[in-house]
Design a protein around this ligand. Sequence first.
Ligand code: ADP
Ligand code: MG
Length: 234
Amino acid sequence: MDLRKQFGSLIANDEISLQVEAGEIHGIIGPNGSGKSTFFNTVTGFYDADGGSVYFDGTDITDASPDEIARRGLGRTFQIASPFRDLSVRENLLSVYTAGLRSGLRITEGKRERAQEIIERLEIEHIADHEASDISGGQQQLLELGRILMLDPQCIMLDEPTAGVNPALQNRILDHLRELNEEGQTFVIIEHDMSVISGLTDRVTVFDQGKVVMDGDFETVTSDERVREAYLGA
Ligand code: ADP
Ligand code: MG
């Protein structure tokens, strides 16, 4: 609520208020530089807010660390996927448990089974044992999604998961998101291309110059004059 983030004199997030309901796919759209990624970073503890507060499932997480927020069940991906390049896809999935560098942490059979389940569900069996450096950008985005799913989060925040991904794989990623959502998974998805999230989201919040300019269902939002202006730069 009223979330604020400044970089020097630049107000990247200016009193952003946004509520996500359990079970929905909530889109965040807006031109480049409008503060979308900053919002994710502030919500998930990667940046300290300069004002306002963040509640997750009734708990104030405004000052919580990224690790703590992830443990509470709020997962996120980054705009630029960065898997461990010399580990295989499967090892990358399992690495979510050891990333905290707590040595001696055992990978149990259950976790291996969970990794296999995710590999099958995301249809990446054919690359499961390839090094992450050898897979495409789109496959890296799927891997990012898989890594988050390993932690069984209540809500997943995705930062442009289909940017730069070829159309075929882009559609597959969107199908996976729809399917997971039908099973009850809550998503918040940043996308600067409106056509990608049409038909995917239940509700859309539009950012422009660090502010929320509108919030509503896709049809309402995209037929709004202010939104069109923000996109056309008029
Ligand atoms: P979007 O994701 O909507 O494209 P961002 O949230 O990445 O926009 O950026 C919003 C504004 O904040 C931009 O002007 C960007 O240059 C600036 N910004 C983002 N991150 C930082 C940072 N770490 N330091 C300084 N300025 C930043
Ligand atoms: Mg961004």
